[in-house]
Design a protein around this ligand. Structure first.
Ligand code: NAP
Length: 502
């Protein structure tokens, strides 16, 4: 089955998907299951897996239980730990691509540099860096939020003469043993790789701008017996998944409904810190001054013990400069190092690259977003960008449970849209400006009152104006309810047979 590409276009693909992480692969599976074969995945790398392919730093693991952090349609009885490590998750995604025959639909090395909406033919025209061109009726971004490393603007960083790399571009050929290393950043990635590298190093300077709240990590190996049980009686794994979902969902009560509940959680984190860090001076440096939950709550049992080692210094003075062989802090101290590792996160505030997506009137998506901030209707559609959908778009990020749940909700939404476009012979759907506005006004009211905006911290959840453009402020089942059906009434419609817009 294929869309009428319109305008005499031949060979135009119906659906173009950018990216082959959880989002892109998940949508591709659902398209196949619906009997839709005319789609292509454009992937800039040479294998699938998205963030779980790129992030290969030592200790990289998921901080959500794998029985939940996986597709509902492809549960995996073989997970070896409660919190799977990166290689296992990457293998899982490769397995999904193989099993559902997605590789034949994937163009590797296809780094999308521009996508332009052709109003005459209601088609998206996409160019890749190597000059390939694709066109499709529907364009879906599965680019994710954690794709592009954020490199801090520290004077002199580019002139550092030692080894320099970001955690998402780990150089495994570089021998860290016996080296003096500076790590900048103490977020979710750093707290995972720091304990792995500390035993090898001659010295570690850990530059901490803001301490994270860290909870104990309830990780454990999953036994052969348990795996056999999940294999033989799949409903037992489904039960476990449902139990995990329900347990994690209760966290919303603290984040949104009653922030006072977060005090209980904070006490557990304080106790964890007290138990693991006996030195009061170090403990004071590692104690956050904001309410737990304001930034992403981290989990680790080996991060604090690593910091108590004699050859580790936790430095909370601001990094002001990097010299050829040293990192300099605000108090003027220069600390010599052989290597700098950046654990400085990703450009989350730019969920879509600037100057890449052009909608009606050749308008750059970022022209729109520069005016009011990053926003979309249900995190998926933006007015003026017909037939363009984002999976995991603005305000669909989570701090409390599995992002895969949100991705699958978005996939269902896009699939219902495609189904209705076909059934009703629509060639374009464009979310109504007022629908987008009302949705975001309401969403901002609710997110403003929640802990991410009120907890006394600065985080990448907020943009430069202090507007929260990343978090879904509520229960994920509410989001699922809102995305279950694609409501045509929310969109301006264009029929295939006529250029007239409804
Ligand atoms: P991150 O959470 O954004 O942490 C970046 C760290 O770098 C923060 O400590 C930040 O300090 C610091 N930083 C940034 N710019 C700096 C500068 N100019 N000078 C000094 N310090 C600077 O990044 P991440 O650790 O890579 O994690 C990103 C996200 O990836 C996570 O929040 C999470 O959603 C995801 N992740 C998930 C998992 C998982 O298990 N599912 C694992 C790893 C990562 P401030 O706090 O002061 O900004």
């Amino acid at each position: 089955m294929a869309f009428d590409a319109g305008g005499g276009e031949s060979g135009a693909m119906s659906v173009l998907i950018i990216g082959s992480g959880f989002s892109g692969l998940g949508l591709a599976v659902r398209l196949k299951q619906a009997g839709i074969e005319d789609f292509e995945i454009l992937e800039r790398a040479d294998s699938v897996g998205g963030t779980w392919r790129d992030n290969r730093y030592p200790g990289c693991a998921c901080d959500v239980q794998s029985h939940l952090y996986s597709f509902s349609f492809e549960q995996n009885p073989e997970w070896t730990r409660m919190f799977a490590q990166q290689p296992e998750i990457e293998r899982y995604l490769q397995g999904v691509a193989d099993k559902y025959g997605l590789l034949g639909h994937t163009r590797f090395g296809a780094n999308v540099v521009a996508a332009r909406y052709d109003e005459t033919h209601a088609l998206w025209r996409v160019e890749t860096a190597d000059g390939r061109r694709f066109s499709g009726r529907v364009l879906v971004s599965g680019m994710g939020a954690l794709s592009n490393p954020s490199i801090p603007k520290i004077p002199g960083l580019a002139d550092f003469k030692g080894k320099l790399f970001h955690s998402a571009q780990w150089d495994h050929d570089y021998e860290l043993a016996g080296k003096r290393v500076a790590v900048i950043g103490t977020g979710a990635s750093a707290i995972q790789f720091v304990p792995q590298i500390v035993p090898k190093l001659a010295h570690l300077d850990l530059y901490q701008r803001t301490p994270p709240w860290i909870m104990p990590k309830p990780d454990r190996a999953i036994s052969d017996g348990e795996r056999r049980l999940f294999r033989v009686l799949p409903f037992t794994q489904k039960l476990m998944r449902a139990g995990l979902y329900a347990m994690l969902e209760t966290r919303v009560l603290g984040f949104v409904v009653n922030p006072a509940l977060m005090r209980l959680v904070q006490r557990t984190a304080e106790r964890h810190l007290r138990r693991q860090v006996p030195d009061p001076a170090l403990r004071a440096r590692l104690t956050p001054s904001y309410t737990i939950g304001c930034k992403r709550v981290l989990i680790s049992d080996d991060y604090f013990p690593a910091l108590t080692q004699k050859h580790v210094d936790v430095i909370s003075d601001q990094v002001t400069e990097v010299r050829a062989d040293a990192v300099v802090t605000a108090d003027g101290t220069a600390r010599e190092v052989d290597a700098i590792i950046l654990g400085t996160g990703f450009t989350v505030q730019d969920p879509i690259p600037r100057g890449a997506i052009f909608g009606r009137g050749a308008r750059d998506l970022w022209d729109r977003w520069n005016e009011k901030g990053v926003e979309a209707y249900l995190g998926a559609s933006v007015h003026g960008f017909p037939n363009f959908f984002m999976l995991m778009g603005p305000n669909t990020g989570l701090g409390h449970t599995s992002q895969v749940f949100m991705i699958e909700s978005h996939i269902a939404y896009v699939m219902d849209c495609i189904r209705q476009m076909r059934a009703k012979q629509l060639r374009a759907v464009d979310v109504r400006a007022e629908v987008q506005q009302q949705f975001n006004d309401k969403l901002q009211n609710s997110v403003n009152a929640a802990i991410w905006n009120q907890g006394g911290c600065k985080s990448w959840y907020l943009d430069a104006r202090g507007r929260n453009t990343t978090i879904w402020p509520g229960f994920t089942f509410v989001f699922r309810g809102k995305t279950r059906r694609f409501r045509l009434a929310d969109y301006a419609l264009e029929k295939t047979t006529s250029a007239a817009r409804a």
